[in-house]
Design a protein around this ligand. Structure first.
Ligand SMILES: [Fe+2]
Length: 390
């Protein structure tokens, strides 16, 4: 039939209904008809749909895929579940005692964004987790004061609050707690991305893969890579079998805090406050090809200007109280709270305390987006005008 276009460019309702009915009918042959109502599926999700556009009619065979939303997880609400699960079920029955953060906008996956998975784990005194190796890159951010350990490629790390411990893809690693108190840390992995790409594999045959391997010398990471501005050239630049990942596995929280403090009298970034990045010490690149890790200091009462980028970001609060506004939604935060900011959404941080610092750790998938030519960033100037930053 001939179609008539309305003055707004919308098809008449009877045609819309007929197209959707046709789409539903065609679904049994595993094809999808492009119709006007279902075209929002293909529109950039962060742009509003045209006013007055009818919803996708029943019968559309491909729903728009779920999008992450901004969300904060408050430590006081979720911590009791961690202690409870640790009481109820010994580690050997579950492999991990942990909860994973689930983005409310992504009900079909255990993930905070489409590229990042976050768990919070507890290890009780005496716990030992099996040594293993996998393709996802992973990190631990230590939330307890201290205790517990991680062994990576034979190097043993005793951890303290604020430490970032890396277990890059292709490195053998295990965890445990030989202290007297439970230890809690935040796990971050690029698991959802690798799962989507169908490249996840895991090995746990450490004993046969590395028979009689001597442990790495104590303090290897710090001895070789812990001197800023000096890079060892007489050892291989990589460890394990991972590619483009950092050979330094531990970044001390205390040193990171001191680095932030040393810069506190600088202007800092209008969008981030005072900020440092945890980098591969060999070449200054992000520690993983997929994820970048940063720490930022918001000085008392400091408020950052609105910023947005094509990367998604996950945060944990190490110190202080404040809030982050994400596209008009206010996320209040305090110590050990976690929050996620999906890509494209305008955000600004505020340290709500007029006397104390706030310290946030951030992980983003910016390196991945840069690698595929999709990283863009914008900020707002003092006058509110949008400025292209990348
Ligand atoms: Fe692991």
């Amino acid at each position: 039939m001939a179609t008539k276009v309305s003055h707004k460019g919308e098809l008449p309702p009877d045609v819309l209904r007929e197209m959707e009915a046709l789409n539903g009918e065609a679904g049994r042959f595993h094809i999808w008809l492009r119709t006007q109502p279902n075209s929002p599926v293909q529109r950039p999700w962060h742009l509003a749909a045209p006013a007055g556009r009818p919803p996708v009619a029943p019968g559309a065979v491909i729903p728009s895929h779920p999008r992450a939303v901004a969300h904060v997880w408050h430590w006081k609400d979720i911590a009791p579940y961690l202690y409870r699960v640790a009481e109820l079920c010994p580690l050997e029955f579950t492999e991990r005692q942990q909860f994973l953060l689930v983005n409310p906008g992504l009900p079909t996956g255990i993930k905070v964004t489409n590229t990042i998975r976050v768990a919070v784990s507890i290890y009780r005194p005496g716990d030992v987790a099996e040594t293993h190796l996998h393709t996802p890159n992973a990190s631990r951010t230590i939330l307890s004061a201290g205790g517990g350990y991680t062994i990576v490629e034979g190097e043993r790390f005793a951890a303290e609050r604020g430490d970032l411990l890396l277990t890059p893809n292709g490195t053998w690693h295990g965890h445990g707690n030989d202290g007297a108190e439970p230890i809690i840390w935040m796990d971050v992995l690029d698991w959802p991305l690798l799962d989507y790409l169908d490249v996840i594999w895991i090995r746990s045959d450490y004993a046969s893969a590395r028979p009689n391997e001597a442990p790495a010398p104590a303090g290897w990471s710090q001895k070789l890579y812990g001197q800023g501005g000096v890079v060892p050239r007489s050892v291989p630049p990589t460890r394990g079998t991972g590619i483009a990942v950092s050979p330094m596995f531990q970044y001390r929280g205390r040193a990171t805090r001191a680095a932030l403090d040393a810069m506190r009298d600088q202007d800092g970034s209008a969008y981030e406050g005072v900020e440092v990045e945890f980098v591969n010490p060999v070449d200054g690149t992000p520690v993983f090809p997929t994820l970048a890790y940063k720490a930022q200091l918001l000085r008392p009462a400091e408020a950052t200007r609105p910023f947005r980028h094509t990367a998604s970001a996950m945060y944990v609060v190490l110190e202080g109280t404040g809030y982050t506004e994400v596209d008009g939604v206010r996320l209040d935060w305090g110590p050990n709270d976690f929050f996620v900011i999906p890509n494209h959404q305008w955000r600004s941080h505020v340290n709500a305390d007029a006397h104390k610092d706030a310290v946030l750790y951030q992980v983003t998938d910016a390196p991945l987006l840069r690698a595929i030519g999709q990283y863009r960033a914008q900020g707002r100037g003092r006058d509110g005008a949008v400025v292209d930053l990348a």
